[in-house]
Structures are given as structure tokens and as C-alpha cells.
Design a protein around this ligand. Sequence first.
Ligand code: LMR
Length: 327
Amino acid sequence: MRQSILAILMVAGLLLASQVYADPIVIKFSHVVAENTPKGQMANRFKALIAERLGDKVLVEVYPNSQLFGDNKVLEAMLLNDVQMAAPSLSKFKRYTKKLQLFDLPFLFNDIDAVDRFQQSAQGKTLLHAVEKKGLIGLGYLHNGMKQLSASKPLRVPADAKGLKFRIMASDVLAAQFEALGATPLKKPFSEVFTLLQTKAIDGQENTWSNIYSKKFYEVQPYITESNHGVLDYMVVTSKEFWMGLPEELRSEIKQALDESIAFGNQVALEKAVSDKQAIITSKRSEIIELTPEERAQWVAAMKPVWKQFEKQIGPSLIEAAYNANP
Ligand code: LMR
């Protein structure tokens, strides 16, 4: 009797062990944008590469459009292992580091090439580690593009923005940027922006061509000023606990697939900055305002004093290094 109980227990143990071994590691990748965006495409490519190369060991599940978590909750959820990967905008890490506020400084980078040069520099790469003390690991940067200003009225000079309400990401730099214009900034999740604009609870917002197009903001914003005043880029992150808990060989294969997916997403970002802008022009739903050099100089003069406000928190040498990435 005792022997047969022992035998049953052993078989049960073996079954359990084989079950544990057979279950793939699940990577939930949560993001807030549409699938047809640089981040959406990057995440889908990552899922496909992992399925192709590590299909029996790792399963990537992608949750777009804030289906699983909004960007305001996703990092907390990551630390609880409820989600394993995400790529929030660099503007959304305030609670984890002050250094990344660098990327929100208005008119710091002339274009995405300058952003890329800085991110690939030694100082740029070091910033990927800025969130480690809080239990997160930056696995790489991903581009979206330069931000434009959309509004219910034409914005040609900074004075036009005075008194208007703008939705911003949860960033103090962005709040200061709109305050410098005499406007009211409101920190709201991305998932609420369309409704806020449609119901006229806010007057405007800032975003990339890709986000303005894919989330149909242009249908409820009659004017878009091509200001290129800031950058919206991402950091692909995971939790230290999850990442370091992976077998080493698997970790390097996952990282390889991720790097390739990011390179692909960056290519999509370049294309979308042109094609989504063109699609908005073609739709005739929104008028695109191009600034003269004199008008642009007024925006720079109005917004750039914000740098001084955040110089201490970010570090003057970091700001200088980023600025020097411009040609
Ligand atoms: C936003 O909140 O406007 C963006 O960060 C959304 C995104 O992830 O591109």
C-alpha cells in the first residue's frame, strides 16, 4: 500500500515537473498606441520573431490601445510582474528618474537624427540605466518622432496659445512648457485624449504625426502647427526581477529579437512621420500651419527658458551633450 502511494506520488511529481518545463515563458507587452504605429509595429514584429525562433519556450502577447494598462499604470504593474514589457514615452518616467526629463526640453533636438545620435552616444546609453535603482531595466530606445501642436484655433505665434487648455503627458517639463505660453496644461492618459478633444474639454494637445493620425485627433482638431518643438520617443523596459530570472541563453536570444524589432520600428517611425502627415493633408480635415523662420523663433524664445528651470534636476552637462548632437 505504502509503495503504491509512493509510486503515485512519484508519477504525479514527474507529471508536474514536465508540465512546468513545457509551459512557455509568457511576455506580456502592453502599450497604448494603435497597432499601425512605430511602437505597435515594433511590438508585433517582436512577437513574430520570438514565435519563429523560440516558439516552444517563449510566448509574447501584445496588448495595444491601453487594453491592458495605461502608461500611467504600466510601470507599477511591471514591478508586480503583471506585465513584463512596455515602451512608455520617455516623458512618463518621472517617478523613476528625473534624468529622462532631458528629452522633454523644448527645442533641444533639431530632428530625429540628432535624437538618435545622442541616444547612441555613451551618455545616451548610460541613461538606459537611470531606472535600474527602481527595479526596471531599459532595454533600448525606440523612435516615434517630433511633436506637433494641434488646436481648435490656428497657432502661429506663442500668444495664440495663451489661455488655451492643452493635454500633456505626465511630465513637469511639458507642464512648464505650456505654462511658459500662458496656457493651461492638463496631465491626462493617452486613452482619454480623443474624447477630451471631441467634447472640447480641452483645446489642444501635442503629439507626433503618427499618433495624431492613428488616433484620429486630426478629425477633431481643425489646426495642426508643424512646430517640431520636441521629441516623443520611447524606452523599452522590463523589470529587473523578470529579466535577470530568465536563463542566460534565452535572455540573449530575446534581446537579439528585440534589437531587430526596434530597428524595424525605427524604420516605420521615419516612414510614418511622412506618410501619416500626408494622409492628414489628404483628408482635408485639418489645416496644417507651417511656421516662417520668424514665427518659429518666437516659439523658441517663449519655450526655451524652461531649460533653466530643470537644469539642476537633469544636469547641465547632459543637456549640453544632447544639444551638441545637433549638426
Ligand atoms: C502620449 O501619451 O501622448 C504618448 O506617449 C502615447 C505613445 O505611447 O506614443
